[in-house]
Design a protein around this ligand. Structure first.
Ligand code: GDP
Ligand code: MG
Length: 170
């Protein structure tokens, strides 16, 4: 019976090489791929239970950013944003500000993810960057490792939780 499943459309954004595909595949299939074709863009469906409630996650793993800079796109997707330790995902701030303005809301469901926390150098830079952005946009910032399967489910589930809170407030 479908009425008990709620669907969540998530888009995974971030610069090339930050681990969008590795994290998505780790979440879906519980294994680490370290040579995923960087040009492949695909969407996947996963049935999960988050806080005891069923959820169908439709996850779009992107490759290449340009088409996602269109604000109208985000009417249909919630954002799963992956930063790397270099602070190079500079469009994030810009995209979020635009979404908030166009939708005329003060917050929007998203989760900031600092991936590759198994690498020490990434952890130090990424932690700081993620925390600051998370505070600015009032959203969770989570450190993950697709390689070691650290906080992978937690990160995706955090976004489902954010969507639920958002929907209750509307
Ligand atoms: P995408 O371009 O954002 O989809 O990045 P990929 O998922 O293809 O990953 C890019 C590279 O980073 C690959 O060589 C992965 O093996 C590596 N990688 C991804 N996630 C992790 C991680 O959590 N830890 C480490 N050490 N390497 C990772
Ligand atoms: Mg990829």
């Amino acid at each position: 019976n479908n009425q008990f499943y709620r669907q969540y459309k998530l888009i995974v954004l971030g610069d090339g090489g930050v681990g969008k595909s590795a994290l998505t595949i780790q979440f879906l299939r519980s294994h680490f791929v370290d040579d995923y074709d960087p040009t492949i863009e695909d969407s996947y469906v996963k049935h999960s239970v988050v806080d005891g409630e069923k959820a169908v996650l439709e996850i779009l793993d992107t490759a290449g950013q340009e088409q996602y800079l269109q604000v109208h796109f985000y009417y249909f997707y919630y954002l799963f944003l992956i930063l790397d330790g270099q602070g190079s995902f500079s469009e994030v701030d810009h995209i979020i500000q635009q979404i908030l303005r166009v939708k005329d809301v003060t917050s929007f469901p998203m989760v900031l993810v600092g991936n590759k926390c198994d690498l020490e150098y990434n952890r130090e830079v990424g932690r700081d960057e993620g925390r600051k952005l998370g505070q600015t946009f009032n959203c969770p910032a989570i450190e993950t490792s697709a390689k070691e399967r650290i906080n992978v489910d937690e990160a995706f589930h955090a976004l489902v939780r954010q969507v639920r809170i958002f929907n209750k407030e509307q």
